[in-house]
Design a protein around this ligand. Sequence first.
Ligand code: M6R
Length: 611
Amino acid sequence: MCGIVGYVGGDDALPVLLDGMRKLEYRGYDSAGVALVKDGRVELAKKAGHLSELEGELQHLTLDGSLGIGHTRWATHGAPNDINAHPHLDCGGRLAVVHNGIIENHDGIRDELVAAGHAFRSETDTEVAAHLIESILERDGCSLLEAVRRSISVLQGAFALVVISVDEPDRLIVARQESPVIIGVSEEVGLVASGIPALLPFTRDIVPLENGQIAQITPGGYEVFDLKGAAVEPPVVHVEWDMEAAEKGGYEDFMLKEIFEQPEVVQNTILGRVDPSGRIVLDDVHWSADTLGKINKIVVVACGTSYHAGMASKHAIEHWTRLPVELDLASEFRYRDPVLDEHSLVIGIAQSGETADTLAAVRFAKEMGSPVVAVTNVVGSSITRDADAVLFTHAGPEIGVAATKTFLAQLVALNLLSLYLAQERGSMEPEKIAETIVAMNRLPDQVEEVLSIQGEVHRAAKRYADAKDFIFMGRGVGYAVAMEGALKLKEISYIHAEGYAAGELKHGAIALIEEGVPVVALLTGRALYDKMLANVEEVRARGAQTIVLAHQGDERARLLANELFEIPETKPLLSPILDSVPLQLFAYFVAKERGLSPDKPRNLAKSVTVE
Ligand code: M6R
């Protein structure tokens, strides 16, 4: 998500930081900042907007020093403004912190620190780390390294932290829990960054920190410790990547990198949203249980892939809340004279938060007096200003035009929202909610498992890359996955593909089936399994080649499949989160086999800001 750079050495840190931040800016670009230590003071410059805004600001300042940290931000907690930009300072202004990730228990820590007299300046989760370390230093009188070590046993969630202090002006202290951070090995200087591109001008030897590790980096040296403070010696890795490969994390394309980031994205979207008692807490959705109790229908509006996330969510919302859900393409919504009032809760989904049709739909709903909740990936986007409440997906910036990780994050966020509504309205037993949360917490590992079948998916893509038409079919939530699978393939491979509700096929589209037509079938749904199996038989009988997604060990599916993608089992309403992944990979590999660039498909824009 965010970009982090730290430097300590003989030279001026600022040019090194800015160069590294430029190389990491693709990871986050809503604000940027630097902090340098000089003459017993932390000097700070922070600015909302692209890095160029900060660089403009720096021209009017004289900031120097040989110890510094820099950050390019992708906002998760708090709007993308100057104050929320990193680095963040403690009360005394003696230490500065940059952070990538989400500190899940920031609210509770903040309350305790405020009660103890700490004054906070920003709305970020990160600032708690600065004050917490300050309080430990004051209480224990220990070294900065030790204070950071003690602080991370209090912090929960995902974080890569880099901390500097005027009291120890020759070192960077780094800690990792889930979010990546890498030491650059050098004999002259001390270097750390959240991504390899920032380190390449200095070194190709790196030490990626593992979870729970803390490091102290000095000019020409570093020491790594575990959570108990024992020294460890992680291996040094030599990288051969050029700058472009490094930006893509070694993957050939951003789309592939983003598909492989999904376990972390799923985890980040869940993080901090279930409190220790098991209640779902959505910070920016703050209607009272009374208001939510008066809602009598839900209307979901979105475009493209976001619409498909909405299609899947209709099933979860109706099943868990027993409220009727209407689903609309945002481009159609306001022209059909929809029936809305203050009892209709409207959910507008847009990863970019800028899609013109979705914004217009949301504004229309507001005019009709309906409460609106936006589900978006971009803090500070237009939809966040138009909606009454916001649920952020925590996918980080998506560079590939085809939505992948933002789609998975939307599915997760919409499931959380559905459970939250069920919880607040009392329509689902707490034990059932708890069971579903347990299943959700297993999803990051299960997504990882699905990614491990990339070899099978690639082989299948090679076999069908020359096909003229594809049919995707599913039932229930599988229908939404089929629609999304077809859209991904169309977008980046330019092959004609259609998603169908499998039961509808015999009402027309089955006429398209002839010898060799590939049909992708979703067989992971339990409730309508036999019906889906019959649909697969029907298309096979007419000569279709079947690419089947089924649960691991499903022998009946194996008998009917020309290609079988085996998926781990989860709760049926969560299955789109797993089933979508091989279809993203399939579209990606087909596009590559056809010699196309998946990151920049023809005629498409990442954000469609015109009607
Ligand atoms: O930013 P949004 O989620 O509102 O974007 C909606 C569609 O434009 C978007 O999903 C589009 O379909 C993507 N290219 C899908 O990969």
